[in-house]
Design a protein around this ligand. Sequence first.
Ligand SMILES: C[S@@+](CC[C@H](N)C(=O)[O-])C[C@H]1O[C@@H](n2cnc3c(N)ncnc32)[C@H](O)[C@@H]1O
Length: 257
Amino acid sequence: MEKYGETLFALDRDEETRLTLLGEVFDPLCAEMMTGLGIAPDARCLEVGAGSGSVARWLSRQAPNGQVVATDLDVSMLEGAAEPNLVPMVHDVTSDPFPAESFDVIHARLVLSHLPQRDEVLRRMTQWLRPGGFVLIESFCWFPIDSSPNDAYARAMQRWSDLICGTLGTDSWWSRSQPGSFRTYGFAEVGARTLTQNLRGGTALADFWRLTVDMSRERLLAGGYLTEEELTAFYDLLNDGAFWDLAPALVQSWGRK
Ligand SMILES: C[S@@+](CC[C@H](N)C(=O)[O-])C[C@H]1O[C@@H](n2cnc3c(N)ncnc32)[C@H](O)[C@@H]1O
């Protein structure tokens, strides 16, 4: 398997644009969930695979007397963050440690589903949690694509998923059963919700998915996953304000120690 960021999702200007869009579209859903779970002003927080750092910056404002450690393989988008309690850290969650019971809040969005070692990574992450603290995992689930009646949309999304699943070891269906794994960590409380978003062409959500597929354009063409015509038809749909379908769903699952 290839590692995330080696060739697919390499951190260049296009990926920075895509991660910024991701924050614009998905941060309100994440903030709503974490506000409900409760973040103390002095909480110690860990944002795993922080990307653009938008969630880490939000967390640092919720915990002004605490600290937010924002990790990633590449922290260049996190450098220069103005918040004094935000600490960017180069850290590979598949192999690098933290001491046991270091954090009150641990969050990872769209990271673990890309890692073949996801279950072992989640097990280690729960050891970094203090009693009373919570972990929130956010991952896409592909069922709205499987059931789409629009061939051009469904085929491009499905073939893109095939490319990343085959290349990185991503699992686009892990999120369906993942909340069940929390029972093995001795959590006092667990919960999950799945948000299915209506996707309309020309919106920020459509732009996010168009850019996501477009970033792998050369690989999709060279590997015979899609043709130029199929890609063009997909881009046209996602730019068309008359096009409506469902985006991949977002599963948010949490456990409290
Ligand atoms: C799809 S992006 C999501 C970024 C951010 N979590 C968000 O939702 O805005 C996945 C992020 O996980 C990071 N990542 C991938 N593998 C990682 C690893 N082994 N350790 C730490 N971060 C990793 C990537 O560099 C990238 O920033």
